[in-house]
Design a protein around this ligand. Structure first.
Ligand code: HEM
Length: 131
């Protein structure tokens, strides 16, 4: 039997713009509320709206949807943009904890959740700039 591979982008699989918006909103809500994420929360501005918009724009392109971040700000240079924040293993893990909660809430399909967790872990680990 021929097994047809799902060729849709991550963006399409998760349900497009509205779903991604909800994911990013939920992510920052967890960051704002979880005491375990206090260290990363404190790195951010008091108002999380701008960070939320930027993460939404970045992830849109990263998941194969519209390249909103690049259109507005140019090349992401994501590691460079984080260089002024001290990101060690615990900061990475706090970021991922918020993402795990948000994915559990927003993305119904377990396989897609696992795939996104794994791929985002790669990006978050790449952002580490402190032992
Ligand atoms: C690993 C732990 C991470 C920490 C501690 C962290 C922290 C931060 C902080 C403090 C900001 C500034 C937000 C503000 O305007 O107040 C920021 C910006 C941003 N972060 Fe992260 N981040 C992490 C990982 C990631 C990952 C994995 C992604 C993408 C998947 C990401 C995407 C972005 C984007 C797109 C911006 C906006 C950059 C700009 O335009 O300057 N971050 N991050």
């Amino acid at each position: 039997m021929l097994i047809k591979k799902d060729t849709r982008t991550l963006y399409e699989r998760m349900g497009g713009e509205d779903k991604l918006r909800s994911l990013v909103q939920s992510f920052y809500q967890y960051m704002d509320e979880l005491s375990e994420a206090k260290k990363v929360r404190d790195m951010h501005a008091p108002d999380l709206k701008s960070a939320e918009d930027k993460l939404f724009m970045f992830l849109s392109g990263w998941m194969g949807g519209p390249s909103l971040f690049i259109e507005k700000f140019g090349h992401p240079r994501l590691r460079q943009r984080h260089i002024n924040f001290v990101i060690d293993e615990s900061a990475r893990d706090q970021w991922m904890l918020c993402m795990k909660h948000a994915l559990d809430d927003i993305v119904e399909e377990k396989e897609l959740r696992d795939e996104l967790m794994q791929a985002l872990y790669g990006v978050a680990d790449f952002m580490r700039n402190s032992a």
